[in-house]
Unconditional design. Sequence first.
Length: 202
Amino acid sequence: MQSSARNAPEPALTVLLTADQIRDRVRELATDINRAYPAGRRLHLVSVLKGGFIFLADLVRALNRQVTIDFVAVSSYGPGTHSSGEVKLVKDLEIGIEDRDVLLVEDIVDTGQTLAWLRTALRARHPRSLCVVSLLDKPSRRIVEVDVEHVGFTIEDRFVVGYGLDCAEQYRHLPYVAVLDQRVEDPGERGPDASNGDLEER
């Protein structure tokens, strides 16, 4: 006998941003970023796991300069699937950032809580400069005001997946960004990494 979860209807996806739209906007972001730094200056890109890895890969290939790359992972979850408000470092940087031009690469920014924590934590390590690029921004969700120097798309408060963003570790592989109809998604199947940008309260 199959479980009720297996008998549940498949979640409905509505494409919000096509693969072509994302590709073109990533190229535009790369152009803006290139203009923001002196020619020949090496950038150090720090991707926030897990949701930012595809955006990072495409952005790196669009940048017309040498870069170094590192990754960081954080969590703001307690026992359940909602944020506890306390940010914890899950994976630290492997490369020192002192006197480097650091570009923090985010998949999505909503409340700003986690990003504000990250900016403070990274600035304490004395980079030469620190800027943020985010593919998506949900300003209507903002709780903490935080600077995001480069934004790909500003979107409404919808649950989105694809292009690295997931729900219960699904949909990351999609080449586009889509709105997930949560009315047919089983909430019990969503883990702490099921929110937009891995952290619902980011």
